[in-house]
Write a protein that binds this ligand. Structure first.
Ligand SMILES: Cc1cc2nc3c(=O)[nH]c(=O)nc-3n(C[C@H](O)[C@H](O)[C@H](O)COP(=O)(O)OP(=O)(O)OC[C@H]3O[C@@H](n4cnc5c(N)ncnc54)[C@H](O)[C@@H]3O)c2cc1C
Length: 426
């Protein structure tokens, strides 16, 4: 059953809307999708005095149930700054595992690249269970008066007009605002209804995700091990209070092999995993249920239209190998909030076409660059044969020996290159 959670049904005290829009409970933003990106947007907007409706078809209790989303996310330094700036750092800090180094190898062969910053430079990001991120965001959302959260709610109609936007829910309630934001993830119906064209393709690969207990400590190292069949990533998670070591596994396999892997018992699956790790962490056990995700690339040519903006996976989706999808979505959040709050201070409406154009100009290049780089890395390591393998190892050795290259890649992993929105700049 649909539930609405509003800490204070009135708009934020002391902030009168800068534009005329007479309907009841009209907010600045109507955000469709309250996932990791949509909910972060609502909280970040609230810190700038921007009010929102957040509408999500899912039940938050189901989303945060143990095992519902067993993934973990690498949160870049820039994304961590955003979480800090919206007041989540105290809640999240004890739950994140700092990434002290990233090791990149081709099939555990000699000649790996180690990205290890100096201690005074800080970590390369932090690993969080998605469940922990969601719980922190949802707790903050419940306490935020500028945000009305409508969960388990089905949208049946969306309207965008010259004076504002509205959505109608299945129970007949109409929620209105000034700007519609699509944050509904890969299958965004709002994006599709608006007719945005997408560049997209299937990788014909599947990411198998689970958690591992392991005998030896990971020492905060994230491993990216490239095999011709697909990358195999081990991402460090915090030890338990009892000192048990654990990591998240994201193993990409060809789609044609997926059914066989999914049918395997846990013992056979662990044996396959162990074979790929060559004894790296000693004895292994599963620490979480196994899940799998089909992998696709999609990129929307446009990010805005009349009173509509796309953020997060609604706008772009990529291979998870570089752990950049959520981080890119959080950069969308920072840019959109900055553009809107600056415009609103000047008396413009959040749905103003100039503001949306500025958001699109800012984000388009960064999104395209990260997606193209991620896709290229993935394809380079997938080329089979001896000669491409030799070429890759020469390239890796060159990166390993050249501090400037290594610094470039570490800055990318931290998300601190390019023009950062103030909320992510620290
Ligand atoms: C295996 C794997 C590992 C990954 N690891 C990383 C990583 O380490 N680091 C990283 O940065 N990224 C990572 N990513 C990418 C990251 O998970 C996504 O980019 C991120 O979750 C996108 O968030 P989102 O809020 O845009 O979309 P989603 O998480 O898809 O959320 C969309 C929300 O919209 C709601 N919704 C959908 N349709 C409707 C509708 N019609 N009406 C109302 N609500 C609707 C849904 O219920 C959901 O809550 C990984 C992805 C995969 C597959």
């Amino acid at each position: 059953m649909r539930r609405t959670e509003v800490s204070n049904p009135a708009l934020v005290e002391g902030r009168a809307p800068t534009y005329e829009w007479p309907m009841a409970d009209t907010r600045d933003l109507v955000i469709l999708g309250g996932g990791l990106v949509g909910m972060t947007l609502a909280l970040a907007a609230a810190k700038s005095g921007i009010t929102s409706h957040v509408i999500d078809r899912a039940d938050p209790a189901e989303l945060t149930a143990e095992g519902a989303d067993g993934r973990a996310s690498a949160i870049s330094t820039a994304s961590w700054n955003l979480f800090t700036n919206i007041g989540l750092a105290d809640r999240l800090e004890p739950l994140g595992c700092p990434i002290a180094a990233i090791a990149v190898t081709e099939g555990m062969k000699p000649g790996r690249i180690d990205f290890r910053p100096k201690p005074e430079e800080g970590s390369l990001g932090r690993m969080f269970a998605n469940r922990d991120l969601r719980l922190a965001l949802f707790e903050a959302a419940r306490a935020e008066p500028a945000l009305a959260w409508h969960s388990s709610a089905e949208v049946v109609a969306r309207e965008r007009g010259p004076h504002g936007v509205s959505v109608t829910l299945a129970d007949g309630q109409v929620l209105s605002g000034n700007l519609l934001v699509a944050a509904e993830g890969r299958q965004s119906p709002t994006r599709d209804e608006a007719g945005f064209s997408l560049a997209k393709w299937e990788y014909r690969h599947r990411a198998m995700v689970t958690g591992l207990w392991h005998e030896k400590p990971h020492d905060g190292v994230a491993w990216e091990i490239f095999y011709p069949t697909g990358p195999f990533a081990l991402l460090p998670l915090l030890d338990t209070a009892e000192g048990r070591h654990r990591s998240a596994l994201v193993w990409t396999i060809p789609e044609k092999d997926a059914a066989a892997f999914e049918a395997m018992g846990d013992r056979a699956f662990l044996a396959e995993v162990a074979a790929k790790m060559d004894g790296l962490f000693g004895a292994l056990e599963l620490s979480a249920p196994r899940a799998s995700y089909p992998l696709r690339f999609h990129h929307s040519g446009k990010l805005v239209e009349d009173r509509l903006a796309l953020i997060g996976d609604a706008a772009h989706g990529m291979h998870p190998i570089a752990g950049q999808g959520l981080n890119l979505g959080l950069r969308d959040v920072g840019a959109l909030v900055e553009v809107l709050s600056e415009g609103m201070r000047l008396g413009l409406e959040p749905g103003d076409a100039q503001l949306l154009a500025r958001y699109e100009r800012w984000r388009s290049l960064d999104v395209f660059a990260v997606m193209a780089a991620t896709d290229t890395i993935n394809r380079l390591f997938a080329i089979p044969g001896r000669l491409p393998g030799i070429a890759r190892r020469i390239g890796m050795a060159a990166v390993q020996r050249t501090p400037m290259f290594k610094q470039f890649f570490m800055d990318e992993a931290r998300g601190v290159s390019g023009k950062l929105p103030a909320l992510l700049a620290g």
